[in-house]
Every structure is written in structure tokens, then in C-alpha cells.
Design a protein around this ligand. Structure first.
Ligand code: ADQ
Length: 484
């Protein structure tokens, strides 16, 4: 089998037996361990001068990491990736800013990373690139003559064409994405938005039967590959960690109260302010819940050197303080807001302790927390899930109470319904969600993407051999544009 090369902005090696990282890390690391291969990307370090990749081997996996200079970090990571693409792709073009220098830095870092990866490549490697930091990565490799199959998976939403067009170099970026051989999205909606752009704006042709898109002089496969979790492993961890100290402490502090649980990175796309306000509305409209329910929000800060993230943090702290000030009693705090990370298994045990999972992003590629919440529950007495219709996960969790996170009244009604839901209904809804979680687990995500990428690779090599044979002394052999 060909060697797998994974490329992502951050390389996150995780220790054996410690599945503490998110879906991307666990899913790709499993794939790498099976086939052997390389994980290439930023080490997380800021350096004076970015040098050749540093290689570290662990079993069949080689970690190849490079540092970024301060200027690269500011322009590529903090700038165009997280202050332009992230807000726009989450439909917050009001928070997005565009700076030509930052865009130039984004392109420069992609080019420089591509050149560094090239030194490690073998002819039959297949390359799997992840996320919005790396939209033009395949284009840069192609410029260097790399003909290997290259796939791309976008973990975040892809916006409708009208929103995409607010990013000034939109067409360049889309043309660059078409240099991949497989482009994968979390949901059919995201895939459709991409196709709408390419087919309407750039006159591409898409064949629904085989998923092949012809655009910008190339043929590529476009598909939806929803990322999953390992639900049974999570269920086991949630049960086993139930006796850990923080879980016991929370259980003791509940004293018969119900618990609504939310866990997110502190990000404006996650709808935290609206979530607090909908909980406030519940307390206003249903005073019977005073003293009988608490909302625990765990939200560790991320990207705190990006200005919009500093603002969301201030707003949220203000809202939590205001709501608590308004309703708290001497022995009851309505909102417990914790700005910290927890070990993942411990989080799963906390999910299991709660009666309601409250996951209401304004926009989210998938949202693994929603899936983890369901998997963590005790099937005999499961909690209910209140879930935003704008999380990719809403397509796959039929037993959730699906809400519009912009409708505070609807959210507060859903909370009340979830808190009062009879056991039989909770059990039935939980079973309805566990089945698709098992069927579309993390291995299915990885295997279906890689199987499509490998078919492209096989088709490529067959076509290339044919071209070479037919050519024999005629014009120069070229890598065919159409590969499947
Ligand atoms: P994220 O935006 O990070 O991921 P999410 O899918 O919810 O969002 O994944 C977060 C992960 O971090 C989960 O596994 C969660 O358990 C963990 N986590 C969150 N808060 C934590 C805390 N306080 N302590 C410890 N762990 C915590 C991006 C996209 C998503 C997409 C994923 C995967 O934005 O839409 O689902 O990638 O593709």
C-alpha cells in the first residue's frame, strides 16, 4: 500500500493509550499507524528562521515538523487564516477583515511548507491535507512538479457563494482548491455551496453520478465525508471516569438539582452569548426552575491573540455575571462558567452526569461535542440533547431537539422540554442517535475519504501508463487532467 502523508497546520502527536486530542488527531493518527507514514506541519513553535523539517519516529509514524517565524505566524495563522477565512466561512463576514499583506503571507507560508514537504516525498505517496489554513497547498506542490494524488478535507463549513465572494481573492482560492484530486466537506450542504460557486461562477461541470467535477482545467472528486467518533470507547470512558474527583465534586454539589452541560472552545461561532441568554429566558419564564437547575459552561480560551476572541471573552464574562447577579441565591449559582481545559475522558464523565447537553453553535462544520455527549450517556437513564440546526451534526443526530440558535424563545422552550422529558422518550431518542454514530464512526470517515483518494491514485497510474504507451516518441507525456 502506498505511504500516507498527512498535512495539517498543527501536528499533534498523541501518546499511546491517551486519546486526549480531537477527532482530526485521533482519526488520522489511526490511519497513519495502520499504513505507516508521515505527519507534516507546524510544530507550534515560533522561531527566528524556519528551517528544514525536524523528523521524529514513533512506530510506523514519522512526525515532520517545522517552526514558523513571527511574521509567518502573524500573517498566515493569526491573520488570513483566523481573521479572514475562519469568520467568513462561519458566516461572520462582519467580523472578517482583509489585508493584502496577510494574504501574501498566507500564500508564502503555503509555498514554503510545500517546498519543505517535497524533500520528504516518494513517487507513490498519497497526501491528505487538512483544513482552511492549507487551501492552496496542492497548487504549491503542483508548481514544484509534484504529481502524487493529493486530497483535502475541510473541517469547517463552506459558505454559500455570496459570502465566499466577500473574501477578495475568492476566485484564486477556489481555483487553488481545484488542484486537489479529492475535496471533502463535512456535509452535503457545504459540498453544495462549493459546487454552487464553481458551477455558477466559474462554469464548472459536475457529474452527480460519480461525484466528479471538471473546473479550472482539472477533474477532481467532490464529496461529503462527515467526521465521526468512536462511540463505544467514549461510553466506556464516561463510565470508568465517573469516580474521579472532579466528577464526584460536581455530583455532590448538585444536591438533586438538574444539570445542563455545555463544552466548547471559546469562539464566537459557538453561540455562547445567545446560549446564556436563552437560559436566562428559561429562568424568567419558568421560575419553578430557580434553584433546581444549573448551567455548567466549560470554555477554554483559544486564539486569544486575535482581537475578536478577546471581545467574545469579555462579552461572555459580562453576561454570566449579569445573569448570575440577577437570579443567584445564597445556595445556588445559575451559571457556572469555567475557562479551562479538562482531560477528555473526564469531560465524557461530566457529560454522563448531566441531564441536558446544550450545544448551540451559530455555525459549525460538524461539532464533535454533540456526538460525544450522546455517546457518553447511560443508555438506561440518558440525558437529552438540545442541538443547533447549524451544526453539521444535526443531520446525523435524529433524536436531538433541534433549535435555531438565533431564536432565544425556541431555545428556552427546548431546554424546558429537555429538562422535563420522560425516561422512555429519552431512551428512545438516545437509541436513535447511537445507531448512526456507530454506523458512521471515525474509521468510516477516514476509510471512505482515503478509499476515494486511492481510487483516484489507481486511475491516475493506469491512465498515465496508457498515455506513456500511446505516446512512444510523439509529444511530451503529460499528467492527464482527468483521472477517474
Ligand atoms: P472544533 O471547532 O474544535 O473543531 P469540535 O468538533 O466540537 O469543535 O471539537 C472540539 C474537541 O475538543 C472535542 O473533541 C471536545 O471534546 C474537545 N474539547 C472541547 N472543549 C474542551 C475542554 N474544555 N477541555 C478538553 N477538551 C475539550 C473543528 C470544527 C468542527 C469539527 C471538528 C472536527 O470547527 O466543526 O467537528 O473540527 O472535524
Amino acid at each position: 500500500m502506498s505511504r500516507l502523508i498527512v498535512v495539517s497546520n498543527r501536528v499533534a502527536p498523541i501518546q499511546e493509550g491517551k486519546p486526549s486530542a480531537g477527532g482530526l488527531a485521533i482519526g488520522v493518527l489511526d490511519a497513519l499507524k495502520e499504513s505507516g507514514g508521515v505527519w507534516f506541519g507546524w510544530s507550534g513553535e515560533i522561531v527566528g528562521e524556519s528551517g528544514a523539517p525536524v523528523l521524529e519516529n514513533s512506530g510506523k509514524v514519522t512526525y515532520a515538523t517545522v517552526g514558523l517565524t513571527r511574521r509567518d505566524y502573524d500573517q498566515y495563522y493569526r491573520g488570513f487564516s483566523n481573521a479572514t477565512l475562519w469568520p467568513t466561512f462561519h458566516y461572520r463576514n462582519d467580523l472578517s477583515r482583509f489585508d493584502r499583506e496577510e494574504y501574501a503571507g498566507y500564500m508564502r507560508v503555503n509555498a514554503s511548507l510545500a517546498a519543505k514537504l517535497k524533500t520528504l516525498l516518494k513517487p507513490d505517496d498519497i497526501i491528505w491535507v487538512h483544513d482552511y489554513h492549507m487551501l492552496p497547498f496542492a497548487q504549491e506542490l503542483r508548481k514544484l512538479g509534484v504529481a502524487n494524488p493529493i486530497g483535502f478535507f475541510l473541517h469547517i463549513p463552506f459558505p454559500v457563494p455570496e459570502i465566499m465572494r466577500t473574501v477578495p481573492p475568492h476566485e484564486e482560492l477556489i481555483a487553488a482548491m481545484c488542484q486537489y484530486d479529492v475535496v471533502g466537506f463535512q456535509t452535503d450542504n457545504d459540498k453544495q455551496s462549493f459546487l454552487d460557486y464553481v458551477v455558477r461562477t466559474s462554469r464548472g461541470h459536475y457529474n452527480d453520478d460519480d461525484g466528479m467535477l471538471q473546473a479550472f482545467g482539472r477533474m477532481l472528486k467532490v464529496g461529503a465525508y462527515p467526521i465521526g467518533i468512536y462511540p463505544d470507547a467514549i461510553a466506556k470512558a464516561a463510565e470508568q471516569f465517573g469516580n474521579r474527583k472532579p466528577v464526584k465534586t460536581l455530583r455532590d454539589s448538585m444536591r438533586g438539582r438538574k444539570l445542563i452541560m455545555s463544552v466548547d472552545r471559546l469562539d464566537y461561532s459557538k453561540g455562547l452569548v445567545e446560549r446564556f441568554q436563552a437560559f436566562e429566558r428559561l429562568l424568567l419564564n419558568a421560575p419553578g426552575w430557580h434553584g433546581r437547575v444549573s448551567l455548567v459552561q466549560i470554555a477554554p480560551p483559544t486564539r486569544s491573540d486575535v482581537q475578536t476572541y478577546q471581545r467574545i471573552r469579555q462579552t461572555l464574562e459580562g453576561e454570566a455575571g449579569r445573569i448570575n447577579g440577577r437570579f443567584a441565591q445564597l445556595d445556588w449559582t445559575p451559571i457556572q462558567y469555567l475557562n479551562r481545559k479538562y482531560e477528555r475522558n473526564l469531560l465524557m464523565a461530566l457529560f454522563r452526569l448531566s441531564q441536558v447537553g446544550y450545544v448551540t453553535p451559530l455555525r459549525d462544520g460538524m461539532n464533535l461535542v454533540a456526538k460525544e455527549y450522546v455517546a457518553s450517556q447511560d443508555p438506561a437513564d440518558p440525558g437529552a440533547l438540545v442541538l443547533s440546526q447549524f451544526a453539521g451534526a444535526a443531520d446525523q443526530l435524529p433524536g436531538a431537539l433541534v433549535v435555531n440558535p438565533f431564536d432565544l424563545s425556541q431555545m428556552s422552550e427546548a431546554l424546558e422540554r429537555a429538562l422535563s422529558m420522560p425516561l422512555a422518550e429519552r431512551q428512545a431518542r438516545h437509541a436513535d442517535m447511537m445507531a448512526p454514530l456507530r454506523e458512521n464512526n471515525l474509521s468510516v470517515w477516514r476509510d471512505s475519504f482515503l478509499s476515494d483518494l486511492r481510487s483516484v491514485a489507481t486511475a491516475t497510474s493506469v491512465t498515465e501508463k496508457t498515455v506513456q504507451t500511446v505516446k512512444q516518441g510523439t509529444t511530451e507525456a503529460k499528467r492527464p487532467a482527468a483521472k477517474a
